[in-house]
Design a binder for this molecule. Structure first.
Ligand code: DI6
Ligand code: FE
Length: 408
């Protein structure tokens, strides 16, 4: 008696990622899918028949990638800023002279929901073309009630319309809006009293994020935002210790945050707390690269403390116009010293955990069949090639995605 499946993928080198730190390789493995979930993974077996068989000989099969930190809904562009930086201006100087985040906020406020949607949809497709099946999208270029809600509605629509799973984060506490430059506490009050409750009523966010930094919000202000989030049942995450050590890692751990992101300046104590809380440390090599910053996150200390490490694109117009998780993995290795296996775990299992998912990010029976098939036959190759279009097939919940038919 044979068991009938929907799809069988045969002949690939399978990186199951079932065990932390290891590829969990199966040479010439077989993966069976039924009803969008993985029903078999193991050596070739004659036990199964399938409606469709994918011959994957000579290819690498991994879990589809997860990008757990993006700011991909925005209007306007920052190419003039980019050119100024190439002539020597710094990110901070550009921000002070009216460019930077402020210009993106002005353009985003002026854009309709449909305009924002049309601008953002191709960016999700670019990520999918690098093997991504799950993407987090933050607000944070509205900084007022209406625009923050509009950005999140756009993110929700992207999730409804595109094959990828979208998770949304309210990042109203991204930077202080011009209207509140003299009174950032009043802006925090607006976030806690109006924005978070409105987002909760409409079910627009899956988590609440904030930016703790001298140029953004103090730990005391972040606490208020986190408490308002938890009051409506939303988990939190934090842009922590990116430019200085404000105790962001410890703060994220204290609130049981899903993730603490950046961490370039995190202290050993902060990292120990992240590990104890099970908060994922998300590394963002694209921003350091695009801004040409030398500072590296304390990867050795993260390993020693036992922090689970994820890697994300941070796709945004100012510090990381990076729309490839494949390149994010490569940069995590070359710039930050991750091993290729750590980078792949960081872009799958650990990134899924950073979004609160336990149903994806590894190839195991019962997990979602979000799978990426690559035109390489050796797992470390994925983080070795810079920018080669290596994706051969992307399956999301067991369905092969036609990337040419998703928005361009
Ligand atoms: N961290 C970042 O890298 C982006 N925001 C943040 O909190 C930068 C956003 C931008 O420059 O537009
Ligand atoms: Fe960010």
């Amino acid at each position: 008696m044979t068991i009938a499946l929907d799809t069988l993928i045969v002949g690939a080198q399978v990186a199951t990622l079932g065990v932390a730190g290891d590829y969990g390789l199966l040479n010439e493995g077989m993966v069976g899918i039924v009803d969008g979930s993985i029903a078999y993974v193991g050596p070739p077996s004659t036990q199964f028949t399938a409606a469709e068989t994918v011959d994957a000989a000579g290819k690498l099969l991994t879990p589809a990638l997860v990008d757990c930190h993006t700011h991909l809904v925005f209007a306007g562009q920052r190419i003039a800023d980019f050119e100024r930086r190439l002539e020597g201006a710094t990110y901070a100087e550009i921000a002070e002279s009216g460019g930077g985040i402020k210009s993106t906020v002005a353009a985003t406020r002026a854009a309709s929901e449909d305009e924002l949607y049309s601008l953002a949809a191709p960016r999700v497709r670019w990520l999918m073309a690098s093997g991504v099946a799950t993407v987090e999208i933050k607000s944070g270029y509205g900084l007022d009630l209406d625009t923050e809600l509009r950005m999140l509605r756009v993110a929700r629509r992207l999730g409804d319309d595109l094959p990828a799973t979208v998770r949304t984060s309210l990042l109203a506490a991204h930077t202080i809006p011009v209207e509140y430059l003299d009174d950032s506490d009043a802006y925090i009050e607006l976030i806690c009293r109006e924005v978070i409750p409105a987002v909760a009523v409409e079910g627009l966010a899956d988590s609440v994020d904030a930016f703790a930094e001298h140029i953004a919000f103090t730990p005391a202000q972040v606490r208020r935002v986190f408490e308002a989030a938890q009051a409506v049942g939303l988990p939190v995450r934090l842009h922590a210790d990116q430019l200085s050590d404000l105790g962001g890692a410890a703060l994220a751990a204290e609130y049981g945050a899903l993730s603490a992101d950046h961490l370039e300046n995190a202290s050993a104590d902060g990292l120990a707390r992240l590990a104890a809380a099970g908060t994922i440390g998300v590394l963002i090599p694209g921003a350091a690269t695009f801004l040409d910053e030398d500072r590296r996150p304390p990867v050795a200390a993260m390993r020693a403390a036992g922090v689970r490490i994820a890697v994300a694109s941070d796709l945004n117009p100012g510090s990381a116009p990076l729309a490839s998780m494949q390149l994010a993995m490569a940069l995590a290795c070359t710039r930050f010293g991750l091993t290729p296996a750590e980078a792949l775990h960081g872009a799958t299992r650990n990134a899924a955990a950073a979004l609160g998912f336990s149903d994806r990010g590894e190839i195991a029976i019962g997990k979602r069949a979000d799978l990426a098939l690559w035109d390489v036959d050796f797992a470390p190759s994925l983080a070795y090639w810079f920018g080669a279009p290596l994706l051969s097939e992307l399956l999301i919940a067991g369905r092969r995605v036609d990337l040419w038919k998703t928005p361009r």
